[in-house]
Ligand binder design. Structure first.
Ligand code: PRP
Ligand code: MG
Length: 181
């Protein structure tokens, strides 16, 4: 079949499981930020799905902004180079900022982003991530909200890509080996 769902060899998290976990995270975030003026910052492009669903699971007022960064400036992630491709449109001085991403892999992206946003005098900067790979972590990142810890396997779907494909899958899973060849 041409349906991309059939190229997943193993579904790690179904759409229903993802929505359930995001609802739990949203409830916790709502409680923690009660009475505060929350600014949620999504990290393009992978975080688009999480931003859409997490934000809609939160009943109160919030603002949304977006950043795009590239961590491939000098070839590979291991270079440690991060560049801003699209900066915030919001002045975050004095603001409570929650960065939202769909995965922490090496931690390079979010450790750099936390440092960068922290230098702009926000009231607070925290991280919410749907997935985290503890075995791959090589930079200090301490997300306040984590959906699930996963093994160090390549996963796609729900915003996560392989060569820019599979972001539109509703589930998260691993690709069948034939896809890579
Ligand atoms: C992916 C993912 C995270 C980041 C995690 O984004 O969406 O933002 O990598 O990896 P790290 O912890 O090793 O930094 P990517 O830079 O591939 O761009 P994308 O969001 O446009 O897919
Ligand atoms: Mg990303």
């Amino acid at each position: 079949s041409s349906h991309v769902e059939h190229e997943l060899v193993n579904v790690l998290f179904t759409e229903a499981q993802i929505q359930q976990r995001l609802a739990e995270m949203a409830a916790q975030i709502t409680e923690d930020y009660a009475g505060k003026d929350l600014l949620v910052v999504g990290v393009l492009r992978g975080a688009v799905m999480v931003m859409a669903d997490l934000s809609r699971a939160m009943p109160g007022h919030l603002e949304m902004d977006w950043m795009a960064v590239s961590s491939y400036g000098s070839g590979t992630k291991s270079s440690g180079v991060v560049r801003i491709l699209k900066d915030l449109d919001t002045d975050i001085s004095g603001r409570d900022v929650l960065i939202v991403d769909e995965i922490i892999d090496t931690g390079l992206t979010l450790s750099w982003l936390v440092n960068n946003l922290s230098s702009r005098s926000p009231a607070s900067v925290e991280i919410a991530t749907l997935l985290r790979k503890p075995e791959a972590l090589s930079m200090p990142v301490e997300p306040k909200y984590v959906g699930w810890d996963i093994p160090n396997e390549f996963v796609v779907g729900y915003g996560l890509d392989y060569r820019e494909r599979y972001r539109n899958l509703r589930d998260i899973g691993t690709l069948a080996p034939h896809v890579y060849s």
